[in-house]
Design a protein around this ligand. Structure first.
Ligand code: AMP
Length: 438
């Protein structure tokens, strides 16, 4: 199967060759002809499957086949919009689309928060055909009237499940309301909750459905190992594994931003150059850490789930779960950073006593049993001697408040101190399960 046989034009095929792709991935084989036909699409696929080219290549071809009339103010209209949950994914998708558009006259622009809005405004003054944006920053532009969505011909919701998890549903609906009703809609999601199904039903018009194997079904390229270790010995074990095995490029996941910062600092002290990326870091710091890591100048990158979402590092050899995620699906997303495109990768998880229920949930999801290995010198205490498990509580949210009380004392929820209802009870407020990463 070749890209040309999927119906792509010579300019695009040339650009794909220059990217080094020799044959289409399964999602591309299925999605490209369907999107070229102009219908709506509901696709089950996650980052790492080649989905960006799956929607990006036919999008570029369709846009290049027609010329758009200028807006009333004489400017060229924005014709396609890709919405992504995170800044990193927006940057990466735009970078890919730009490479695919190299031999066409179509122009792309990434728009996300955490950086000054002014260069984005300036760029919107020039011809931009495709915008790749996170929802929050896009709405800032809409409210400042720097972008006009009234001529959008194609809309892509990328990682729609993650956008909903992050509480973007209202923002998405506000954005959609600014677009013409007649347009082509493509929705990509790794999972299909009732919320996603509802969104798909509202948004898509007689969509074609496609589904490619999620990474847990292709785990044969990822060697998964699980080490049993006490919580207070994890850092030492991690330094040992990196040093002893001479790993030069390791992506490490922690559950909290505070934990990511602390671990990066400790590894650095151990002589292992490390940096943390998470939602509280400036966009500049995140981009710098990521590019140093990609270039092989930084040995360890410590990341939280949201920050790492969409990171694409080719041939990343090692992923470590320093802490297991609370949501089992995140395990699959995390280990999907390695073993890409058929290259062997290794995913290690450090599992302490209190994480055993999380490990059970992961085993159920990946349909594999996880044998805990024990390394000499890092043996955990027997279960009977383990300290009692801390219950997640107000002081235990990884915000680093130094264990201070919540100020309640009389059972008062501090959030209610100003008589506002908690967010989840307020009408018309999106529920934010994760941090708003925009
Ligand atoms: P994506 O799932 O779109 O994030 O793509 C994951 C990675 O696969 C990116 O680095 C792409 O550049 C790469 N890629 C996409 N399509 C192909 C292909 N047909 N052959 C080889 N690599 C590809």
């Amino acid at each position: 199967m070749s890209f040309a046989s999927l119906g792509l034009n010579a300019q695009l095929v040339q650009a794909i060759n220059e990217c080094g792709y020799t044959e289409p991935t399964p999602i591309q084989t299925q999605a490209i002809p369907l999107v070229l036909k102009g219908g709506d699409l509901l696709a089950g696929a996650q980052t790492g499957t080649g989905k960006t080219a799956g929607f990006g290549l036919p999008m570029l071809q369709r846009l290049s086949e027609t010329k758009a009339q200028p807006l009333a103010n004489g400017r060229a209209p924005v014709r396609a919009l890709v919405l992504t949950p995170t800044r990193e994914l927006a940057a990466q998708v735009e970078e890919n689309l730009r490479a695919y558009a190299k031999h066409s006259d179509l122009r792309t622009l990434a728009m996300f928060g955490g950086v000054s809005i002014n260069p984005q405004m300036k760029a919107l003054g020039r011809k931009v055909d495709i915008v790749v944006a996170t929802p929050g920053r896009l709405l800032d532009h809409v409210s400042q009237r720097s972008i006009d969505l009234s001529r959008i011909e194609m809309l892509v919701l990328d990682e729609a499940d993650r956008m909903l998890d992050m509480g973007f549903i209202r923002d998405i609906r506000r954005i959609i309301a600014k677009m013409p009703a007649k347009r082509q809609n493509l929705l990509f999601s790794a999972t299909f909750s009732n919320e996603i199904k509802q969104l798909a039903e509202d948004l898509l018009n007689e969509p074609e459905h496609i589904e490619v194997a999620t990474r847990n079904a292709t785990a044969d390229t990822i060697a998964q190992r699980f080490y049993g270790v006490d919580k207070n010995r994890k850092r030492a074990l991690l330094s040992y594994l990196i040093g002893h095995n001479n790993w030069q490029q390791v992506l490490v996941f922690t559950r909290t931003k505070h934990g990511a910062n602390r671990l990066a600092m400790q590894l650095d002290k151990d002589g292992l150059p490390a940096m943390a990326i998470h939602g509280d870091k400036s966009q500049g710091a995140r981009t710098r850490a990521l590019s140093q890591f990609k270039e092989g100048k930084l040995r360890v990158l410590v990341a939280t789930d949201i920050a790492a979402r969409g990171i694409d590092i080719s041939e990343l050899p090692h992923v470590v779960n320093y802490e297991l995620p609370h949501v089992a699906e995140d395990y699959v997303h995390r280990i999907g950073r390695t073993g890409r495109a058929g290259i062997k990768g290794e995913a290690l998880s450090l599992v302490c006593f209190e994480e055993k229920p999380l490990l059970k949930a992961i085993e159920k999801l990946i349909k594999q049993s996880a044998e805990l290995e024990i390394l000499p010198g890092y043996e955990p205490l027997p279960d009977s001697q383990q300290p009692p498990i801390e219950k997640p509580g107000a002081n235990n949210r990884g915000r680093g408040n130094g264990g201070r009380g919540n100020g309640g004392g009389r059972g008062q929820n501090p959030r209610n101190a100003n008589n506002k209802a908690p967010r989840s009870n307020r009408p018309n407020q999106p529920q934010r399960h994760g941090r708003h990463d925009d």
